[in-house]
Design a protein. Sequence first.
Length: 255
Amino acid sequence: MAKAGLGGLGKGLGALLSEASLDETDVISDSKEVSGNGGDFLLDLDKLQPNPHQPRTEFDPEALQELADQFAKLPGIGGKTAQRLAFYVLSLPLGDVQAFADAILDAKRMVHTCPVCQNLTDREICPICDDAMRDQGLICVVADPKDVIALERSREYIGVYHVLHGVMSPMNRVTQDDIKLRELLQRVAEGNVREVIMATNPDVEGEATAMYISRLLRPLGVKVTRLAYGMSVGSQLEYTDEVTLSRALEGRQEI
């Protein structure tokens, strides 16, 4: 605990507190007077606290703080990053800011789910479902619209998609009624589908969702398959985990 003698300094303490518009009781929470020359006393510096009743000055304008708060609502954006984004927006020309705001509003107003595959689109029917060159009898079931983008980058898949917009998760209280499962069953029941590929993530929720959907589709007479598991291209055996190696052995192919 730090102690400081305030012999000559004690005379200036009252003046300093007066300039700061504070009383000694505002900042001195514990002091002890001792006998000595000049009436010195010891001050417990660790007990110094600011006056909680003194109002704090807000440096950020209210509109700027509101903008930062809105950025902070985005996933993966913390308070400091949100503040930097808010300051960056203020540094842009008014035309760029207006274009940015219009893009957000237009995306919210115009983008909707495709009535066939439930993927996001700004057309009546998404381009993939409307493409006559696509195999309409082959449906790849994914959890999110971003999974469609990932599969399309491979340039190998020629079928169509169905987006569930989530997976079943009892921990998060997401049931079969919260995903686009009913729409999938209706598509398959029409009789034009011969195979459904389950392409949900290989985690607990993804596996459970894939197994549940496969049990519902079997009575409809369609083939239900699962994306193969295994080692990624360029990986090494010694750094591959046991589960991945086990799945790779199960999904081995003849060459």
